[in-house]
Design a binder for this molecule. Structure first.
Ligand SMILES: NC(=O)c1ccc[n+]([C@@H]2O[C@H](COP(=O)([O-])OP(=O)(O)OC[C@H]3O[C@@H](n4cnc5c(N)ncnc54)[C@H](OP(=O)(O)O)[C@@H]3O)[C@@H](O)[C@H]2O)c1
Length: 295
C-alpha cells in the first residue's frame, strides 16, 4: 500500500473538471500536487483548495500540446519541487464531429494532448523514477477507449491508444518498482466534459461522480491496480466489462447495444450541435459557461 503523504505528484488538467476532484483527493492524502494546464486562473483556485485541505499545490501553466517543449516543463517542475514521484495524465480534449468534417489540426490536437503528451511526459520523468526505485503513472482514459464511439472517433482512438500503451508499459515495468495504471470512466455527472457538452448522458448508460473517479485514482496508486472501470457502481462496471468481453467475439452485437443505450443518438446530437468540448478556443469560454458553435 503506497502512502501518498509527502509524495510529489504531477497532475495535468488540474484547472477544472475531474482534475480538481483528483487534486482535492490527493490533498487529503497530504501530497504535493504540481498542477498543470493552460490557464493560471483555474490552477490557482485548485491550489488554494489543495492548501485548505492540508496538501501543497504548485501551479504551472503550460500547454501540453507543445510536446517538444515538455522538457522545459520538466526543468521548471524539478527546479520548483525536485523529482516527481507520480504522474497523473488527466488532461484531454474531445471534439464531436463527423469524421469527414475533422481538420488535420483537430486530429493532431486530440492525439497530441490525449496520448502523445502523456507518453512524452512519462518518457521524460520515468528515468528518475526507475533510478530512485519508486513511482507510479496513472493514465485517465475512458470507456470510449474500450469500445469506439461514433462522432468522437479520434477521441476514442486516443483513449484506446492510452489503454494499450499502459498495458504494454505495465509488462515492461513489471520487474521495476515503478507502476502504471489506467482509469476508464464512463459518463461523469457534476463536472467535466459530459456536463460541458450540455446534452445529458443517456439514462440507461449510467453515470458516476467526479469523486468516484478521484477515489479510483487513489485506489489505483495505493493498491497498484492495472485498470479500473468507473461506471456507476460495481455491478454496472462488471456488466460493462462483460459487454466489452462479448464485443471481442461479436462487435456488431455491442454496436446494437450502444444504439439501444442511445449513445449513438447522443453523439449525433453533439456533432450536430457542433460543440467544441474543450479545444483551445473554447476552453477559456467554458470557464464562464458559454458555448460556441463552429462556423
Ligand atoms: N467528464 C467525463 O464525462 C469523462 C468521461 C470519461 C473520461 N474522461 C476523462 O477524464 C479526464 C478529465 O476530463 P474532464 O471531464 O475533467 O475534462 P475537462 O473538464 O474538459 O477538463 C480538461 C482539463 O484538461 C486541461 N487541458 C486541455 N487542453 C490542455 C492543453 N493543451 N494543455 C494543458 N492542459 C489542457 C484543461 O485545462 P485548461 O483549459 O486550463 O488548459 C482542463 O483542466 C480526461 O482525460 C477525459 O478524457 C472524462
Amino acid at each position: 500500500m503506497t502512502n501518498l503523504a509527502a509524495k510529489t505528484i504531477l497532475l495535468t488538467g488540474a484547472s477544472r473538471g475531474l482534475g480538481v476532484y483528483i487534486a482535492r483527493a490527493l490533498a487529503r492524502e497530504q501530497a504535493t500536487v504540481v498542477c498543470v494546464s493552460r490557464f493560471k486562473s483555474g490552477l490557482d483556485i485548485t491550489c488554494a483548495q489543495i492548501k485548505a485541505l492540508g496538501g501543497k499545490g504548485i501551479s504551472i501553466p503550460f500547454d501540453i500540446k507543445n510536446v517538444a517543449e515538455l522538457s522545459t516543463l520538466k526543468q521548471q517542475i524539478n527546479k520548483a519541487v525536485g523529482p516527481v514521484d507520480i504522474i497523473i495524465n488527466n488532461a484531454a480534449i474531445e471534439i464531436y464531429r463527423d469524421f469527414v468534417d475533422y481538420s488535420l489540426e483537430d486530429l493532431q490536437s486530440i492525439l497530441t494532448i490525449n496520448l502523445l503528451a502523456a507518453a512524452e511526459l512519462t518518457r521524460l520523468f520515468l528515468p528518475s523514477m526507475l533510478e530512485r526505485r519508486t513511482g507510479h503513472i496513472v493514465n485517465i482514459a475512458s470507456l470510449a477507449g474500450k469500445k469506439g464511439v461514433p462522432y468522437n472517433s479520434i477521441y476514442s482512438a486516443s483513449k484506446a491508444g492510452l489503454i494499450m500503451w499502459t498495458d504494454a508499459m505495465r509488462q515492461e515495468l513489471a520487474a521495476t518498482n515503478t507502476n502504471i495504471s489506467v482509469i476508464c470512466p464512463g459518463y461523469i455527472s457534476e463536472a467535466g466534459m459530459t456536463v460541458n457538452s450540455r446534452i445529458p448522458a443517456p439514462w440507461l448508460a449510467g453515470t458516476s461522480t467526479p469523486i468516484d473517479v478521484a477515489n479510483a485514482v487513489i485506489q489505483a496508486i495505493k493498491q497498484n491496480k492495472a485498470e479500473i472501470i468507473v461506471n456507476q457502481n460495481l455491478l454496472t462496471a462488471n456488466m460493462t466489462k462483460l459487454m466489452f468481453a462479448i464485443g471481442q467475439f461479436c462487435p456488431e452485437l455491442v454496436d446494437k447495444v450502444y444504439h439501444c443505450l442511445d449513445i449513438v443518438k447522443l453523439n449525433r446530437k453533439r456533432a450536430n450541435a457542433n460543440i467544441f468540448a474543450t479545444d483551445r478556443s473554447a476552453a477559456s469560454v467554458h470557464h464562464y459557461g458559454i458555448y460556441q458553435k463552429r462556423s
